[in-house]
Every structure is written in C-alpha cells, then in structure tokens.
Design a protein around this ligand. Structure first.
Ligand code: GLC
Length: 419
C-alpha cells in the first residue's frame, strides 16, 4: 500500500457518516448527489458493501416523481446556506428541490463490473436499477419537453459546475430583486476570492425562491425557469448512464428498462451533434430560452467525451486539452480566454472528478495517450498539493475545501487505472 492510497482511504473514512459520506467537513456537511456516486467508486477499493450503501442511501430519498435531489439534509447543521428551511421542499427527510448530474447509472455499472462479490452486487444492482431508470425517465419527461433528445438544467447548481463562465449571459438574465436577505456560509469556510460572487449568489437564491413559489412541482419548473441551459457535459453523463444502465438491465433480463434506456442514449447521442463546434474543437452549451449556442468553451464541452461521441470528436477534444498548455490538466476554462480565473471555482481550476470522466471517455474512444496524461497530471497534483477540492491549473495550488472526499475517491480510481 502506498501512502497516497492510505491517505485517500483515511479521508474517505473520516468523512463517512455511516450510511452516507459528506464531501468535506464544515463546508459541505450533508450528502451531495454526484459526489456520493463518485465516492462509491473510491469506497469499492476497500469496502464494496459500503460503496453500495452510499448509492442506496441517496436513492432512498428519491422523490415520487423520479427526481433525485442534489442535497439530502440528513442532520441539522447551521454551517451551510441555503439549508432546508430555504428550500422548504416538504420531504420527510429534507432535501433540496433541484437535481445534479446523473452519474449513478455509470457508477452502478462500474461497481457491478468490478465487484469481487458478484452475488451481493447482483442483488443490490437489481434493486437500484428501476430507481435509476425512473430518474432517467423523469429527466427526459420534464427537462426535454420538446423531445429534442437533450435535457436542460434550470439552475447552475444542477450542472455541478456552479459558476461556469458558459452560462454567464443566460444567468445574467435571472433577476435579483425581491430575494429574502441572507448570510452566506461558504465564504466563512473558504477564501471568498475562490468562490462565486455575491451577485451570482443572489441569482442562485432568486431561482430557488421562484421554484419554491411554484410548490416544487417538477413538471412545471422547466417552462417557468428563465434559465434553461443545455450543457454538453451534463447530457453526456446522462447519455453514458443510460447506455450503462441499458447494458446492466439487459444482463439481468430487465428487457423493458434496457430498451427504454438504449433509446434515450441513442437519441441523446445523435442530438449532441447540434452542440458541436469545429471552431472550438469541442461541444458548446445551448441557451434554450434563446435557442442559440453559447460561444464559450468551458470544460463541459470536453466532458462530453464521457459518452460515446464519434472518434473524430474525441480526437479533437484530446487536441483541445493539449492546446490549453497548462502545467496541470484539465483547466475548467481555457486559459487563453480573458475571462479565465485560475482560482475561482469552476472558472479555471482543475477538478479531479471531471478529469476522471474525461480520461475514462477518451480512453474508451482510443485516445489512450491523452487519457494517460490526464491521469498522471491528476496524481502529480495530489502528490504536490494534497487532497483539495480543486486546484490552480497553472501553479497547482490547492483551493477551496481540504481533505475532500471525491478527490480521495478519484485518487484510488486513478491509481487503479495506472495499474
Ligand atoms: C460544489 C460543487 C458541486 C459539488 C458540491 C459538493 O457545490 O460545485 O459540484 O457537488 O460542491 O462537493
């Protein structure tokens, strides 16, 4: 066992609350949706049973409509804003009212494929699969009302890349008037210069209060939202999850679920072409309210490599990453863009979870060298700067929260990928 492995396991254990894991102490004291699914991939390296529990706990809080919320507030904690009283979703265990990237289907497949206890894995996957399928169905029904094959996020937090430069323009159309006065907590745990701005926070809150005013009826929120962004990374994760779930379902004889998810994946993949930009060598976001592609090239369009994009697209994405030229890859926004901010959250820094999904997708598409460079760069970052939330792509400086759960989980996966 290397020290890196030991450190990663120690962090995962330290943030384990028994049946769910917090992203990090202080800054994020609850269960986050995509954090948990990716965390399970790390947990499987030392406790397979515990890894399944992580995802089961998340799905125990799925809404009757099929949505899986982005935060589950298991235990009261004053250290986070906006807490359950702001969301006021009325769930038995309080949750937020929006969702996050649908990486669960992919995580299930990976856990199942790599399980050493196949009997236990089969029982657990069989119980989870219909729930994940219900989530996918909910996505296409409520977030793709026009049947385009691609879903929209209605709040930046749904993308998991909160303050991405890509949606600056559509986000600026969200009003800030009339929101209840509030005190942020994130800036008490982390450097304000590394976090979203006050103006962005006002808009995040405006959307939450707007949706709350609609009684959290998820069938209504998409059309009622002034913010509807079709993000290539978000869609690629969902498409990959649908394809992975279809494979799993087929193997387990759940043929209807397999067929349904195959259809979602095929339609989604075909529709992704609409987001491709030759000029940028990557996919772009679409502002659905205006019906226009957004001329901004953040990491969401590179993360698209996570689903089965055509080989030429994967090759172009690999070249685009190379062209960034930063010491550490993959920057969440191209450094040559004047809006690039090396230290501010999703406007420049490197995030290991994104690296992992890009590397996995590129390797599957035959871009093994590019994938290996991302893996090596990710592990170099950890060796130099420890297990932070995110990193400056130029200097490698650790940023945001420390002793971070999903960073630790990804390290275990990257070490296994390196072999
Ligand atoms: C931040 C990230 C989001 C993540 C959460 C918990 O809000 O932007 O992607 O899920 O922290 O780690």
């Amino acid at each position: 066992m290397t020290t890196l492995t030991e450190n990663a396991i120690e962090i995962l254990r330290e943030n384990d609350r028994g049946h769910y894991t917090v992203p990090t102490k202080g800054l994020y004291p609850f269960q986050w949706n995509w954090d948990s699914c990716l965390t399970a991939l790390g947990q499987r390296h030392f406790d397979e049973a515990r890894a399944w529990t992580e995802i089961e706990t998340l799905f125990a809080h799925q809404w009757p409509c099929g949505m899986v919320p982005h935060i589950v507030f298991h235990k009261h904690d004053d250290g986070y804003f906006p807490g359950p009283d702001v969301w006021a979703t009325g769930r038995p265990t309080p949750t937020s009212g929006i969702t996050q990237p649908a990486v669960a289907g992919f995580a299930l497949r990976r856990l199942y494929d790599r399980a050493s206890d196949k009997v236990a894995a089969e029982a657990r996957v069989q119980a989870l699969l219909p729930k994940v399928a219900a989530w996918h169905r909910w996505f296409y029904a409520t977030r793709d009302p026009g049947g385009e094959g691609l879903v929209a996020i209605i709040h930046p937090w749904e993308a998991g890349r909160d303050n991405s430069i890509d949606w600056d323009a559509p986000f600026e159309r969200v009003p800030t008037d009339g929101i209840t006065p509030y005190t942020r907590r994130d800036t008490q745990h982390a450097d304000p210069a590394h976090r979203p701005t006050k103006e962005q926070y006002d808009r995040y809150l405006w959307l939450v209060e707007h949706f709350r005013g609609l009684g959290w009826d998820t069938a209504k929120l998409h059309d009622a939202s002034p913010f509807q962004v079709v993000d290539p990374g978000f869609n690629a994760i969902l498409i990959r999850a649908c394809a992975d779930l279809a494979d799993l379902a087929e193997g387990l004889g759940m043929t209807d679920l397999a067929a349904e998810n195959r259809k979602f994946a095929a339609r989604g993949l075909a529709a992704m072409e609409r987001l491709w930009s030759d000029a940028h060598g990557q996919y772009l976001c679409l502002d659905r309210v205006r019906g226009e592609l957004i001329d901004s090239a953040s990491v969401g369009g590179l993360l698209a490599a996570f689903c089965a994009v055509p080989p030429a697209r994967a090759a172009a994405i690999a070249a685009t990453i190379e062209a960034h030229g930063t010491r550490f890859r993959v920057a969440s926004h191209p450094p040559a863009d004047p809006r690039f901010d090396a230290k501010r959250y999703w406007r420049g820094p490197v995030w290991l979870v994104v690296n992992y999904m890009i590397a996995d997708g590129l390797a599957r598409a035959g871009q093994e060298d590019a994938a290996a460079r991302i893996t090596a760069s990710s592990l170099d970052l950890i060796r130099e700067s420890g297990f932070a939330e995110y990193y400056d792509p130029i200097t490698g400086a650790p940023l945001g929260g420390g002793r971070f759960t999903w960073t630790a989980a990804m390290v275990l996966e990257f070490l296994a990928m390196e072999g």
